[in-house]
Design a protein around this ligand. Structure first.
Ligand code: HEC
Length: 122
């Protein structure tokens, strides 16, 4: 009788520990998956922002003049002068850029991204 009881307790103990181990494994796996998701997402965000600059230039600036006009001034203008140029393109010439897009483009122009340099042959 006592032996049977002990056997039952042993079984209970085994089940409890294996449940615990499974839970621990699941937890570890989900931490890993969440981490992976986070990593791929931030990598994705980075690759997303890279072509966006060039795309903006291609889509919003070429309607009036060749990109060449922008390229000529690449690495020539200071950030302040680029800000003034962008403002003029929007306010005086009628370029279609939101304030956010202007800020974004300003950074790409002041410190040209590799894809923009490449497009400009610099
Ligand atoms: C609606 C027409 C139009 C659009 C769109 C436009 N531009 Fe211009 N851009 C002009 C005109 C007109 C000139 C020449 C007169 C002047 O400089 O204001 C010019 C000249 C320039 C110049 C040479 C003059 C300088 O200040 O260095 C640059 C650089 C330039 N644009 C950049 C841009 C950029 C960057 C964009 C896109 C965000 C853009 N432009 C969009 C009309 C436009």
């Amino acid at each position: 009788m006592e032996r049977a009881l002990r056997k039952r307790d042993e079984m209970k103990y085994k089940r409890a520990t294996s449940n615990f181990l499974i839970r621990k494994k699941v937890l570890r796996l989900s931490v890993f998956l969440v981490g992976l998701l986070f990593l791929t997402e931030s990598a994705f965000a980075e690759t997303q922002s890279m072509p966006a600059c060039l795309e903006l230039l291609q889509n919003r600036c070429q309607s009036c003049h060749y990109l060449n006009r922008v390229c000529q001034k690449l690495e020539e203008k200071s950030k302040r002068r680029w800000a003034a140029t962008l403002k003029r393109m929007v306010k005086r010439r009628g370029a279609n850029l939101s304030g956010e897009e202007q800020d974004f483009l300003l950074d790409c122009l002041a410190t040209p991204a590799p894809d923009i340099k490449q497009e400009c042959g610099k």
